[in-house]
Design a protein around this ligand. Structure first.
Ligand code: ATP
Ligand code: MG
Ligand code: FE
Length: 332
């Protein structure tokens, strides 16, 4: 089976073709980061306008790269949510038009299911598996007992991990998106500031990053008032140490409790080198296989949507031409 994937939930216009849910035939991503940078974040209206401008070009390029034609495609998978409604609508409407014009089945995909299935493009899943999702809008631990089944065992109660990275980066006057810059600075700095860790209740797999964010703000303000300059590298290293400590410790604990056969990591923050390194160390100690996608598959792309959509397609799940964007779609 060849599935065409379309992703426009945020600031990437992406189209990909994936064979049998595992093999990338083509994968085109047009990023809008440059257009949003000067605003310090994604501006929804600008995102929608870019998607409109880009979608046809990206689609053509994905077909060109693949050497396939629409006749070869078995179904179209599109991100239906969550995300920015105006951005999602561009992808959903493009997918509906293509499905209608070419008489192909349509499948709606949850964006986070996509991030999870980015891993299947690397290795076959072993169930039960635990997925740590760390992205710009989500921080979740998801237990999967079989394909297409998702049980959220923990999630953030306030900010997502990526959001915390972006906000701290902003305080340090780093460009948007800040995650990669903090990642780079953290490697040069010392973990010299003792920032709090939000462990929450003893048995909880939930996360919280707003307290850490406030602690960073306070630390910077207090230092400024006393005329002390803290090194941005040290702030970055200390902040990152706190984030990683909580993420990794809770993931290891959950993996053991649920006796999973595999742990996978997904979402943009999975690109973080400090997080990747710590997960590798801690999971090699436990002996549970760990899978982290290469950088290009961590951030938003459509190959992951096609991969997740393949599972839905094989299960017989179909969307009608009344498919609508759902900005707050739940993972289930
Ligand atoms: P969601 O998937 O929840 O809808 P999103 O699609 O905006 O949100 P992604 O594209 O998966 O999120 O990831 C973007 C986030 O990843 C940003 O917050 C960015 O700062 C962060 N990020 C990217 N690279 C790194 C890195 N090396 N270290 C830390 N964070 C990073
Ligand atoms: Mg993005
Ligand atoms: Fe994403």
């Amino acid at each position: 089976t060849y599935i065409l994937g379309i992703e426009t939930s945020c600031d990437e216009t992406a189209v990909a073709i994936v064979k049998n849910g595992r093999e990338i035939i083509s994968n085109v991503v047009a990023s809008q980061i440059e257009s949003h940078k000067r605003f310090g974040g994604v501006v929804p209206e600008i995102a929608s306008r870019h998607h409109v401008e880009q979608i046809t070009l990206v689609l053509e390029e994905a077909f060109q790269e693949s050497g396939l034609s629409f006749n070869d495609i078995d179904a179209i998978a599109v991100t239906e949510g969550p995300g920015l409604v105006g951005a999602l609508l561009i992808g959903v409407n493009a997918a509906k038009a293509l499905a209608f014009a070419n008489n192909k089945p349509l499948v709606g995909v949850h964006h986070i299911a996509g991030h999870i299935y980015a891993n299947q493009l690397m290795e076959e899943f072993q169930f039960p598996l635990l997925a740590l999702i760390v992205s710009g809008g989500h921080t979740e631990l998801v237990l999967m007992k079989e394909h297409g089944s998702y049980e959220v065992i923990g999630e953030t109660r306030d900010d997502a991990a990526g959001e915390a990275y972006d906000k701290v980066a902003r305080m340090l006057n780093l460009p948007y998106p800040g995650g990669p810059h903090i990642d780079r600075l953290a490697r040069e700095g010392e973990i010299s500031i003792d920032f709090p860790r939000a462990w929450l209740e003893e048995d909880s797999y939930d996360f919280s990053f707003s307290g850490l964010k406030s602690a960073v703000i306070n630390k910077i303000h207090n230092a400024n008032q006393k005329g002390i300059t803290l090194k941005p590298e040290d702030i970055a290293a200390s902040f990152q140490a706190s984030v990683i400590d909580v993420l990794v410790t809770k993931t290891v604990k959950a993996a053991k409790q649920y006796q999973v056969k595999q742990v996978i990591v997904a979402g943009g923050v999975a690109a973080n080198r400090g997080l990747r390194a710590e997960l590798e160390v801690r999971f090699s100690e436990t002996g549970i296989p760990l899978l982290i996608p290469p950088l290009k598959l961590c951030t938003d792309n459509a190959a992951m949507i096609a991969a997740a959509g393949t599972i839905d397609f094989e299960k017989g799940n179909r969307a009608g031409l009344d498919l609508n964007a759902n900005p707050s779609l739940l993972l289930k």
